[in-house]
Design a protein around this ligand. Structure first.
Ligand SMILES: Cc1cc2nc3c(=O)[nH]c(=O)nc-3n(C[C@H](O)[C@H](O)[C@H](O)COP(=O)(O)OP(=O)(O)OC[C@H]3O[C@@H](n4cnc5c(N)ncnc54)[C@H](O)[C@@H]3O)c2cc1C
Length: 374
C-alpha cells in the first residue's frame, strides 16, 4: 500500500492487540497505519492458550484459527509443587496455537488493507494532533494513536510511565517440544517460586512456558540447571522435561515482566492489550484481553466518528470507563490467585479444599474470564 503521512488512527505495535484493532478498523474505511518493529512471523514468550472468549469476535473478523490447525482445548489440570493434581473441564474452553502462527494469521489478513511499516517508534508527541517519529527518522501525523506496544517498550520509557520506575522481579522462559501430552488439555504446574504452562500448538509441538522470579533463578544461572533443580521437584514437570525433545535451538526468555497498574489512556494515547495492563499469566487470558480491548477501542472510536463529534475527551472518558468495567476486576482476581499460589501454606490448604469441592476451580477460572464476545 502507498504510504501517506497523515492518518485517522496510527497503531504502535503489531501484536494481537494492535493487529486486531487494525483489522477491525480496516473494515470501516479508516485510514490506518500500523508500525511494528519486528517482521512476521516470529516466536514470542507466551503460554499460547487462547480463551474461547474471543473466538466469535475473531470469526467476525474472518479469522478461523482451526483452519490453521489450532488445537481445541477443553480440559484444565493444575498441580501443586509437590505434584497433587486437580483436573476439571474448562468453563469456556479455548485453543492452542503458537504466537508464530496466530500473529502472522492476523498480519496476513490485514496487510493488504492498511499501511504497515516495519520500524521502531521512538517518540509520540501530542499537540491537538499526534506526531509520531521512528528510528529511521520518518514522521507521521495522526488524529488518534493506539498504544499496542506490549508489556514493556521503549515508548513506556519515553512517556515516563510510572510502572517503569520500579524494577520487576519476574522473568519467563518458553520453548516448544516434541512430547507426549494431550491435545485437549492445558496444564498449569507449580514449582517453588513459579509455575509452568503446558499446551499443544497447531504444529503438534507442546509449548512449555514458565514464570519465575529472578531471585529463584539467579542461584542456578542457566536454564537447564534451573529446570532440573527447581521445576523437576514437581513430578509432572520432571516427567515432561525428562522425556520431551526441545525443538528450539535455545529457549526464549524475557525479564522485567511488570504486573503493576497502568492506565487505559495516557498522554491521550489509547492503550490496548498489555500496554493498558497485564493479567497474571496463570489466568491464561492475556491474549483474549488484548483482543477484547482492541475491540472496545475500535467500536468506541467508530461510534464517535459516526456521530461526527470531535470531542477527544469524551472518547477518552468512554474508553477508560469501558476498559475499567471490563478488566479491572479480572486483573485484581489474577493478582490474588497468583499471591495465593506462591504462598506454600495457602496453596496446600487450597488444593485440599479443591479436592473436596472440585467445582471451586472452574468458578475461580470464570472470575478471570468474560463471556464470549459477539
Ligand atoms: C510468561 C507469560 C505467559 C503467558 N501465557 C499466556 C497464555 O497462555 N494465554 C494468554 O491468553 N495470555 C498469556 N500471556 C499474556 C499474553 O502473552 C499477552 O497478554 C499478549 O501477548 C498481549 O498482546 P499485545 O498485543 O498487547 O502485546 P505483544 O504481543 O507483546 O505485542 C506488542 C508488539 O509491539 C511491538 N513494539 C513494542 N514497542 C514498539 C515500538 N516502539 N515500535 C514498534 N513496535 C513496537 C513489539 O514488537 C510487539 O510485536 C502470557 C504472558 C506471559 C508473560
Amino acid at each position: 500500500m502507498t504510504q501517506t503521512n497523515t492518518y485517522d488512527v496510527l497503531i504502535v505495535g503489531g501484536g494481537l492487540a494492535g493487529l486486531s484493532c487494525a483489522l477491525h478498523l480496516s473494515k470501516h474505511d479508516c485510514k490506518v497505519l500500523l508500525i511494528e518493529k519486528q517482521s512476521y512471523p516470529h516466536h514470542k514468550v507466551c503460554g499460547e492458550y487462547v480463551s474461547n472468549e474471543v473466538l466469535p469476535y475473531l470469526n467476525s473478523l474472518e479469522i478461523d484459527p482451526f483452519q490453521f490447525g489450532a488445537k481445541k482445548i477443553t480440559n484444565f489440570e493444575i498441580s501443586s509443587k509437590t505434584g497433587t493434581l486437580l483436573s476439571t473441564k474448562l468453563p469456556l474452553g479455548g485453543f492452542g496455537m503458537s504466537r508464530f502462527a496466530l500473529d502472522n494469521l492476523l498480519y496476513e489478513a490485514v496487510s493488504s488493507n492498511i499501511d504497515i511499516l516495519f520500524d521502531t517508534v521512538e517518540n509520540i508527541d501530542f499537540n491537538t494532533n499526534f506526531q509520531v517519529s521512528t528510528l529511521t527518522k520518518q514522521v507521521f501525523t495522526a488524529e488518534y494513536v493506539v498504544g499496542a506496544f506490549g508489556k514493556r517498550s521503549n515508548i513506556d520509557t519515553a512517556l515516563h510511565r510510572p510502572f517503569m520506575q520500579q524494577k520487576s522481579p519476574w522473568l519467563a522462559v518458553k520453548a516448544h517440544y516434541k512430547a507426549d501430552f494431550s491435545n485437549d488439555t492445558v496444564g498449569l504446574h507449580n514449582f517453588k517460586g513459579g509455575y509452568c504452562g503446558l499446551s499443544r500448538t497447531e504444529t503438534n509441538a507442546v509449548n512449555a512456558c514458565y514464570l519465575t522470579t529472578y531471585e529463584s533463578f539467579k542461584r542456578f544461572g542457566n536454564i537447564p540447571d534451573f529446570e532440573a533443580a527447581v521445576l523437576s521437584k514437581n513430578p509432572h514437570l520432571k516427567q515432561f522435561y525428562n522425556t520431551a525433545t526441545p525443538l528450539f535451538e535455545k529457549p526464549l526468555t524475557i525479564s522485567q515482566i511488570s504486573f503493576q497498574v497502568k492506565q487505559p489512556v495516557e498522554h491521550h494515547i489509547f492503550m490496548v492489550g498489555d500496554s493498558a495492563g497485564l493479567i497474571h499469566p496463570l489466568c491464561g487470558n492475556g491474549m483474549a484481553m488484548a483482543i477484547h480491548s482492541a475491540k472496545i477501542f475500535a467500536e468506541t472510536y467508530l461510534k464517535h466518528r459516526k456521530n461526527g463529534t470531535k470531542d477527544r475527551e469524551a472518547l477518552e472518558n468512554t474508553y477508560t470507563l469501558l476498559w475499567n468495567q471490563t478488566f479491572l476486576k479480572r486483573l485484581h482476581t489474577g493478582r490474588k490467585i497468583q499471591k495465593l499460589l506462591l504462598h506454600p501454606t495457602a496453596t496446600s490448604v487450597g488444593f485440599s479444599v479443591a479436592k473436596l469441592f472440585p467445582s471451586i476451580v472452574p468458578s475461580i477460572i470464570k472470575k478471570t474470564h468474560g463471556a464470549p464476545l459477539v
